[in-house]
Design a protein around this ligand. Sequence first.
Ligand code: G4F
Length: 325
Amino acid sequence: MATALITGVTGQDGSYLAELLLARGYQVHAIVRREAIEDADRRMMNIRHLTDALHLHIASIDSHLSVYKIIASVVPDECYHLAAESFVSYSFDDEASVLQSNFNATHFLLASLKELAPHCRFYFAGSSEMFGHATTSPQNETTEFNPRSIYGISKLAAYHLVRNYRQNQGMFACAGILFNHESPRRGFEFVTRKITSAVAKIHLRRATTIELGNIDARRDWGYAPDYVDAMHRIVRHDVPDDFVIATGTLHSVRNILERAFAVVGLDYRDHLQFNPEYFRPNEAVALCGDYSKAARLLDWCPTRKLDDTLEEMVRHDIALLGARE
Ligand code: G4F
């Protein structure tokens, strides 16, 4: 039985990945922060149904010693490093902690694996934010990186580290350069979930308005379970490599508002307020991914339309709120 280790298992992607690996017969280990265990109702929500099947290790990946000890005891065949300070807006507020945690944890894992489990296949969650102010569109694996946020810079630095361990140190280390991807497990601070949870509240008469920033911002939004499937394909590919994972289609935040409110028969224009606090100082340009390399070499393609994902999210949020009555 193959053994996998996941960081970031309580998040959207980590929870779907844990499900996928368990279903495929892996023994799945995961590193979870003590704060998550202590606030389980809120922070373990995505993996509540999996806790009996998972091997959880309570530790902070900001500690090299903790990471080293876990790798020594698990000796994984595959390691998926998904944990990160991932909300782009926060990265403008606390640069040092974003840089430190997104870069150092990647290093602690790679250095420990190299010494204790050199056969291990390592996956790093890269991001379209690494392209930032891209000068060409769509972006693929050869597009120049030009990050505009500290988050993007931290991911790019870690990505170069991953490539270094692959090219100069012989490890099976690879990266997915993932564009935005959403689901009912998305964090409430991200714009899709902020909108679908607001639609649920407005529909159930718990709120009347939603406050947003730049609704003309455009992104390439996919479906998280598709992207987790891509991660596994990247790790199981014959050779370690990097892949853009995207849909190749742009939508605006305005499109998301229209669709999400329409699910319950409402018009977003009756409920929207602008709040300058949510406008970003250095918004990335409209990032749109070219996933043709993944299609060619991994036989991967997106399976879901954004409209369907949004409808699933709205219905999920209505049920969630209704259940709390
Ligand atoms: O949902 P968002 O916060 O996602 P963002 O910043 O694009 O980042 C996500 O995707 C990246 C690429 O995969 C990841 F690397 C990253 O970790 C994260 O998963 O914002 C999407 C867009 C932005 O253009 C933002 O300016 O929505 C715009 N927006 C407009 N009003 C807003 C709001 N975003 C948020 N979160 N809240 C608003 O009120």
